[in-house]
Ligand binder design. Structure first.
Ligand code: BG6
Length: 479
């Protein structure tokens, strides 16, 4: 039976705002997520103007890793994780984003976390920006629609690179930078870029301008990082949802191909260092005025990423003549002309369960870019039940994960795709990003906390905990 390559990075993935808590501890400033309330499946999260004390902001406390990090990391170690992907909350380091000097207490917190991980032989894989822009930059500067925010981000990146250069080797610049191609759901532009679209504006034009600034910021950060430590591996991170044609009708096939550009635009620039023609043509056709400054082209060329990180949860299927749905309700990786795929089942939250889509994705991305790939998010969000004896039998999760990991193994061992590792999303239960719920659980470690924030925060091992431990121990031999 084959195994995964030696040094394959089996791990878990998290994002600061979804699990740390301690939202205003030790000098941390509010971030764009700290003003989001809890929603539910089909009920959008509200973005409040500022932190409103009478509203419930579930990320404030999250699962309080801030005070539990030693015990939580000990559990990750017991599972045998080789790496932990997490993020640095920007507003812990620069509370408003514009300070001259970083917040030492915030930096120290991550020193403590990284030291604890390394003590257990777990390598930190760090995202610089995972939906945690300081609120001040969003409200006062308009987020990344403002070019000045590039400098604030690059300064933050430089501080992190310098401080953690001996502790962190794998970095990612912006989490799921391409989420915001869905401009109809305000949550994406807000969390990605700190941007609110105003009346009369063309949201797609605004998105491209903010996106351009982020691509420049990412490229500048890559160049700075490499100058600080030439061994750093700095990657991009995109959400990848493959788009299938509904039928063999060439119209459907071409339509799906063109829709895939919504997924490819950002990684095309990150990896190749220049804008693809299909987007330049769109700017021309639509009359978008996207400001490129002198030198931007060179910056993009000099800041190409070393590897491509991506999340994979589901696929979607489009039909060229389907009725358009552009009302902000398409949140499950769908497109305006998505239709149901008769061959695919979905989770309780409507996310298509498609393990073959992961193998397909790995092949398409590798053929296109020919650089190492890192699956930095994949997982199964579901309701878990604690049995009377305290056990949590999450076979539904094991089934999902096993099928997806088998797909990765085929892509590596049969297709020859270069995959650095696999970090399972939400290794411990956390606050869901799109809904703000706790009951949409991904973890292998259960956390006693409910949608309203009640619970003891007690951690317990689910069945999948032991299953994953064995997969890691045997390096995927049993998959
Ligand atoms: C990705 C994000 O979009 O998917 C995570 O990078 C997020 O932050 C994950 O949590 C799963 O989404 P959700 O809404 O189920 O938490």
């Amino acid at each position: 039976m084959t195994k995964m390559p030696n040094n394959f990075l089996w791990g878990g993935a998290l994002a600061a705002h979804q699990f740390e808590g301690g939202w205003n501890q030790a000098g941390k400033g509010p971030s764009v997520v700290d003003v989001m309330t809890a929603g539910a499946n089909g009920v959008p999260r509200e973005i409040t103007e500022t932190v409103e004390p009478d509203k419930f902001h579930p990320n404030h406390k999250a699962i309080d890793f801030y005070h539990h990090y030693k015990d939580d990391i000990a559990m990750f170690a017991e599972m045998g994780l080789k790496c932990l992907r997490t993020s640095i909350a920007w507003s812990r380091i620069f509370p408003t984003g514009v300070e001259e000097e970083p917040n030492e207490a915030g930096l120290q917190f991550y020193d403590n976390v990284f030291d604890e991980l390394l003590k257990h032989g777990i390598q930190p894989v760090i995202t610089l920006s995972h939906f945690e822009m300081p609120l001040h930059l969003a409200r006062e500067y308009g987020g990344f629609r403002n070019r000045k925010v590039i400098d604030f981000f690059v300064k933050f990146a430089e501080v992190c690179f310098n401080r953690y250069k001996d502790k962190v080797n794998y970095w990612l610049t912006f989490n799921e930078i391409n989420n915001k191609m869905d401009v109809y759901n305000p949550i994406f532009l807000w969390t990605n870029s700190g941007v609110v679209v105003h009346e009369g504006e063309n949201p797609r034009e605004v998105m491209f301008q903010a996106g351009h600034h982020e691509l420049v910021a990412s490229a500048l950060a890559v160049a700075k990082g490499k100058a600080i430590n030439a061994d750093f591996q700095i990657g991009a991170m995109v959400s990848h949802v493959p788009i299938y044609p509904y039928s063999s009708n060439p119209e459907d096939v071409m339509f799906a191909e063109a829709e895939m550009r919504e997924r490819y635009f950002f990684p095309d620039v990150h990896v190749r260092g220049y804008y693809p023609n299909y987007v330049l043509k769109e700017f021309e056709r639509e009359g978008y005025h996207i400001v490129f400054e002198d030198g931007d082209k060179e910056i993009l060329r000099n800041g190409k990423v070393d590897y491509l990180g991506f999340s994979y949860y589901m696929s979607t299927t489009v039909k060229s003549d389907a009725q358009e749905k552009n009302d902000g309700t398409v949140v499950n990786g769908g497109m305006a002309k998505s239709v149901e795929n008769p061959y695919i089942q979905s989770t309780d939250w409507g996310w298509a369960i498609d393990p073959t889509g992961l193998r397909y994705t790995l092949n398409r991305l590798y053929d296109r870019y020919q650089i190492p790939l890192f699956i930095v998010e994949n997982g199964f969000g579901a309701i878990d039940t604690v049995e009377a004896d305290g056990s949590i039998n999450d076979n539904h999760r094991i089934e999902y994960l096993e099928a997806h990991m088998q797909a990765v193994k085929k892509a590596v061992n049969y297709d020859g795709v270069d995959v650095i590792g696999y970090t399972l999303w939400g290794i411990i239960d956390i606050v869901s990003f799109t809904t703000g719920e706790m009951k949409k659980r991904y973890g292998m470690i259960y956390v006693d906390r409910d949608n309203k924030g009640n619970g003891t925060m007690k951690r317990s091992k689910k069945d999948s905990f032991f299953w994953y431990k064995n997969i890691i121990e045997t390096n995927g031999k049993e998959l």
